[in-house]
Design a protein around this ligand. Structure first.
Ligand code: ADP
Ligand code: MG
Length: 628
């Protein structure tokens, strides 16, 4: 047979190897075989044994009428010569106990024909009842079964653990498809079997009793055994008429369970003593016994069906009818779930029982191929290592914060959310308004600058016109009236010069003699000068500006003869004007006008260069030249 779970095929050992083996690996049901000795009655009837052990793990079956032997191999084969202690040591229940202490859910169950020694293997011979007190008499220690021995071993183990362990026990029987509490204080009424996601199938309102000593546990066992239904029939004087389940709950936490009715979280070790299958004809059961036998057989049939399906790898993934009986419900976790299971198959050696024995052997062989996925139950906070505990608390806190944040965008908080959005929108709208106002302000400023620029241009144009007129006046003053190409009326003071002025040669910008440049004013006959001042071109204006700059920066130096020295503040005058002083008031007037013109041109130029005006008066565009 293929062994899974560990290299040597020992699932319990593989689970003990370390944390990586604690969850997930498929572990087969461990099966051991117990062959009881021939009973005195069988020997009396001269029945022969058909079974022979070969080694410690193989059983040879010899059909009574001859024929080939059939061999069956199990985890251990224990014949009638082996003591109860041998069985306890060889069956592997202690490993299951260790795993239960580590939080696993473990089950030990006996299986076989009625009268094959199931109850004996688990709990020893049937309890003798003291007729006077009606109390059960404890089984002698040497005959004590797997259960009592495991109890003693477990409590000893717990004492040496050095950590607080809480032990509790429950005990129930399934009799005629009804669950009854063998530890109940009142009358044993049927209890419902429920199911939920975390616990799987469980018995509601089952009494779970905490105990602290081996003696207390033995009393509980005795109490249950004495209450359990048994009857006498042909094959067994103390035949169990029910399936009995005693469960030990092993918890290393000191906290009580959150729900009083809920068993504590931790390991479990469950002992299941099945009622034996029986041929009604062979046992001679009638009436109530027959009803019990039918019920027992039905539930065992359901168990066999589930095991058959669990053996089929394809059907295993599909539905397993654990709900078909109370027994299969309560064994579901042990057979196909997260538990570890030890099956003790019990057989009678008598050749008379060979058909049932072969059936049990085949059944047990198949059960060895049923696997489970052992998984330690999730422990509460108290069992977590400190680091994990801290991490869990941090995650819980983070989760709480995230939930709180989530609540802010929850529909419940939509009003708040709406207010925030409205605020943002208002804010955006406000920003937009700000931008628009700023834009408007800038637009106005730009417009003002443009109009100011236009005014400056007008002013410059006006000045240019005035300069032009002034030039004419100067020329008139110097040389007499000039011929005007245009029909505009001459200035009243105009005297047209006889010839173009050859002597005015101020330094032009770029150290070029002014005469070498185009004259700053238009010479007679120049078409440019024939224009109306308002129609002057850009070059005309440039010439005028050059003249204005000359007036601003350069003194007009006559080439010859030198001017007579006057007062220091006397503005230079043209010689020709002085000489023709006859009508003389025009020159001082012109000088004043020139002075004013200088100021105005200077102011205008500064404004054109972007400089601040020297004074409010100079800046005023209303300032006009004195009349010519
Ligand atoms: P089952 O529970 O399978 O119906 P029991 O455990 O009640 O069978 O055993 C039937 C009878 O066989 C009992 O009288 C019991 O004492 C006896 N018996 C069973 N196994 C042994 C054994 N290993 N050694 C001695 N007697 C045994
Ligand atoms: Mg029994």
């Amino acid at each position: 047979m293929e062994k899974r779970g560990s290299p040597d095929g020992d699932p319990a050992r593989s689970l003990e190897q370390g944390p990586e083996g604690l969850e997930g690996p498929e572990t087969p049901i461990q099966v051991v075989l117990r062959v009881r000795p021939m009973s005195a009655a069988e020997l009396r009837r001269g029945e022969q044994s058909a079974l022979h052990c070969s080694g410690t793990r193989t059983l040879q079956v010899s059909p009574p009428g001859g024929g080939p032997d059939v061999a069956f191999r199990f985890g251990a084969v224990l014949d009638g010569a082996r003591s109860q202690e041998d069985v306890f040591r060889a069956c592997g229940v202690r490993r299951l106990g260790e795993l239960a202490l580590r939080g696993f859910s473990c089950t030990v169950f006996t299986f076989g024909q009625t009268g094959s020694g199931k109850t004996y293997t688990l709990t020893g011979p049937p309890p003798q009842v003291r007729r006077a007190q009606g109390e059960g008499v404890p089984v002698p220690p040497n005959l004590a079964g797997i259960m009592q021995r495991t109890f003693a071993w477990l409590l000893d183990r717990v004492q040496h653990l050095g950590a607080p362990v809480t032990l509790r026990a429950s005990y129930l029987e399934i009799y005629n498809e009804q669950v009854r509490d063998l530890l109940s204080l009142g009358s044993a009424r049927p209890l419902p079997v429920r199911w939920n996601k975390t616990r799987g199938f469980y018995v509601e309102q089952l009494r779970v009793v905490e105990f602290g000593s081996l003696g207390a546990l033995m009393e509980l066992l005795q109490m249950g055994l004495s209450r359990r239904r048994s009857s006498a029939h042909t094959l067994n004087q103390a035949s169990s008429r029910s399936h009995a389940l005693l469960t030990l709950y092993i918890s290393r936490q000191t906290m009580p369970p959150a729900d009083p009715g809920e068993p504590p979280v931790g390991g479990k070790l469950c002992f299941v003593d099945l009622a034996g299958s029986e041929k009604v004809a062979a046992t001679g059961s009638r009436g109530e016994l027959m009803l019990e036998a039918n019920s027992i057989n039905r539930s065992l049939l359901a168990l066999g069906h589930c095991i058959s399906l669990l053996l089929d790898p394809q059907r295993r993934q599909s539905h397993i009818p654990f709900r078909d009986s109370k027994l299969t419900k309560l064994l579901a976790d042990s057979l196909g779930g997260r538990g570890l299971t030890l099956m003790v198959a019990c057989v009678s050696p008598s050749a008379q029982c060979l058909p049932e024995t072969l059936s049990t052997l085949r059944y047990a062989s198949r059960a060895q191929r049923v696997t489970t996925r052992p998984q330690a139950p999730k422990s509460p906070v108290a069992k977590q290592p400190p680091r994990l505990e801290i991490e869990m608390l941090q995650l819980q806190e983070e989760n709480r914060c995230l939930r709180a944040q989530l609540g802010q965008i929850d529909p419940k908080a939509s009003r708040l959310s709406g207010a925030r959005v409205a605020w943002a929108q208002r804010n955006l709208y406000g920003m937009l308004q700000e931008f628009m106002l700023e834009n408007e302000r800038l637009r106005k400023e730009k417009s003002q600058l443009q109009s100011s620029q236009a005014r400056a241009r007008d002013e410059q144009r006006l000045l240019a016109q005035q300069v032009h007129e002034l030039e004419r006046c100067l020329l008139c003053a110097c040389y007499g009236p000039q011929p005007r190409p245009d029909p505009a009326p001459p200035c009243p003071c105009v005297m047209v010069p006889a010839a173009p002025c050859p002597v005015m040669s101020p330094k032009a910008p770029g150290d070029m003699p002014l005469c070498a440049q185009p004259p700053p004013w238009a010479p007679p006959g120049n078409p440019g000068s024939a224009k109306c001042p308002r129609e002057r071109s850009h070059s005309d204006w440039t010439q005028t500006r050059v003249l204005a700059e000359m007036l601003m920066e350069e003194e007009v130096v006559p080439s010859a003869p030198p001017l007579p020295m006057g007062t220091p503040n006397t503005p230079p005058v043209l010689r020709g004007e002085e000489e023709r002083e006859g009508g003389g008031a025009a020159v001082p007037n012109l000088a004043r006008r020139l002075e004013a013109l200088r100021d105005q041109i200077g102011s205008s130029l500064r404004r054109g260069r972007g400089q601040a005006p020297p004074s409010e008066a100079a800046r005023s565009p209303s300032r006009v030249l004195p009349p010519c």
